[in-house]
Design a protein around this ligand. Structure first.
Ligand code: F6P
Length: 332
C-alpha cells in the first residue's frame, strides 16, 4: 500500500527520529511547496511568466514567480510557532517571528533555476532548517551563520513532469511523488543511495576560460574519455536548474559542479551557501555522496554573511574524490 508523507513522518516521529515540531514543520513546508507548484504549473494562465522588472539582493533579474514563491513561503511559514525567523535568497535580511521563540530557523530558495521558468523547464524550491541559537531574545542575520553540518533537516521540491519532494532529517534521504488526483505526497523511494562511481558530469562549460587550472584539467580529462588518463568515456548534462541536476544525481549518480572562477562575481563561487550549497550538500552526503568546494567539505564552511557564495562539486563519492585530487595536484 502507498505510504503518504504524513504517515511516513508520523512513523519516524514514533521511532524517535524527529521531534513533533519538526514533523509538523516538514508537513507545512510540503503543503507550501504544493501551493508554489500550483502557481508554477499555471504560470502562463495566471499571467505570471516573465520578468518582474526588478533585481533581487543578488543583483539578478527577478521573475514574477520568484516573488510569488517568496511571498507564499512567508505567508505560510514565517509565523508558525516553531519558526523563530526565516531567511530567503530573495530577501536582504532575515525576518524574525515577532510573536514567538521557535526552535528553528528556516532558510529557503523559493524558486531555484528561475532562468528556466519562461521556457517551461524544471524549477524547484529548496529549504534548510537550522537550530535557533539558545538564549536569544531577538533573532538577527548573524544567527543564521552556522556551518551546514548543523542543519537539522533539508530538502527540495522539484516541479518537473511530476512534482517530487526530496527530504532528509539526517536519517537518510527519502523521495515522495505528488499524486495530483488526491494532492498527497506518496513515498516513491526510501533511503536513496547515490552510486559511488559515475560516467556523467554537469558543468556550464561556457565558463571554461574563467576556470582555475584544477577544473580545466579535470574537465579536459573527462572530455578526453577513453583516449585520456581516465580511460573511460563520460557523458555530459546541463539543465541549469540545480534542483533538477541534484535529482538526477540522486537517481543515477553523477557529479554536478559550479566551481568558483576568476571573475570578480564568482571568486567564492556562483551558488549560495545557505540557500543552495548547504541543503544540497546535506542531502547528497546523507545519500552516500560527497560535497566539496575543491578545498574542503561544504558542510564545514563557516558562513560570513547571509548571501555568501560557495564553490560546489557534489555527487558520486569516488568522482568527487577524483576532482578533489585534481585540486591538490594542480594548485595555482
Ligand atoms: O541560482 C542558481 C542556478 O539557477 C542553479 O539552479 C543552476 O545550477 C545555475 O544557476 C545555472 O547557472 P547558469 O546560468 O550559469 O547555467
Amino acid at each position: 500500500m502507498d505510504i503518504n508523507l504524513k504517515t511516513y513522518l508520523s512513523q519516524a516521529h514514533q521511532r524517535g527520529e524527529l521531534s513533533g515540531d519538526l514533523e509538523y514543520l516538514l508537513l507545512e513546508i510540503a503543503k507550501t511547496c504544493q501551493i508554489i507548484g500550483y502557481n508554477v504549473n499555471r504560470g502562463g494562465l495566471l499571467g505570471l511568466l516573465g520578468a518582474q522588472g526588478k533585481v533581487n539582493v543578488q543583483g539578478e533579474e527577478q521573475k514574477q514567480l520568484d516573488v510569488v514563491a517568496n511571498d507564499i513561503m512567508l505567508q505560510q511559514l514565517s509565523d508558525l510557532g516553531s519558526v523563530a525567523a526565516v531567511a530567503s535568497e530573495e530577501m536582504q535580511n532575515c525576518i524574525a517571528n515577532p510573536n514567538r521563540q521557535g526552535r528553528y530557523l528556516l532558510v529557503f530558495d523559493p524558486l531555484d533555476g528561475s532562468s528556466n521558468i519562461d521556457i517551461n523547464m524544471s524549477v524547484g524550491t529548496i529549504f534548510s532548517i537550522l537550530p535557533t541559537p539558545s538564549g536569544k531574545k531577538k533573532i538577527e542575520d548573524s544567527d543564521f551563520l552556522q556551518p551546514g553540518k548543523q542543519q537539522l533537516a533539508a530538502g527540495f521540491c522539484l516541479f518537473g513532469p511530476s512534482t517530487m519532494l526530496v527530504l532528509t532529517y539526517k536519517k537518510g534521504v527519502s523521495c515522495f511523488v505528488l499524486n495530483p488526483e488526491n494532492e498527497q505526497f506518496v513515498l516513491f523511494k526510501d533511503q536513496l543511495k547515490i552510486p559511488k562511481d559515475t560516467q556523467e558530469f554537469a558543468i556550464n562549460s561556457s565558463n571554461r576560460r574563467h576556470w582555475h587550472l584544477p577544473i580545466q584539467k579535470y574537465i579536459d580529462d573527462l572530455l578526453a574519455g577513453s583516449n585520456g588518463e581516465r580511460d573511460k568515456d563520460f557523458n555530459m548534462r546541463w539543465i541549469a536548474s540545480m534542483v533538477a541536476e541534484i535529482y538526477r544525481v540522486l537517481s543515477r549518480g553523477g557529479i554536478f559542479m559550479y566551481p568558483c572562477d576568476k571573475r570578480k562575481s564568482s571568486l567564492k563561487g556562483r551558488l549560495r551557501l545557505l540557500y543552495e550549497g548547504n541543503p544540497m550538500a546535506l542531502i547528497v552526503e546523507e545519500a552516500g555522496g560527497s560535497a566539496s568546494t575543491g578545498q574542503m567539505r561544504i558542510l564545514d564552511v563557516e558562513p560570513q554573511s547571509l548571501h555568501d557564495r560557495v564553490a560546489v562539486l557534489m555527487g558520486s563519492k569516488h568522482e568527487v574524490a577524483v576532482c578533489d585530487d585534481y585540486h591538490r595536484r594542480y594548485q595555482e
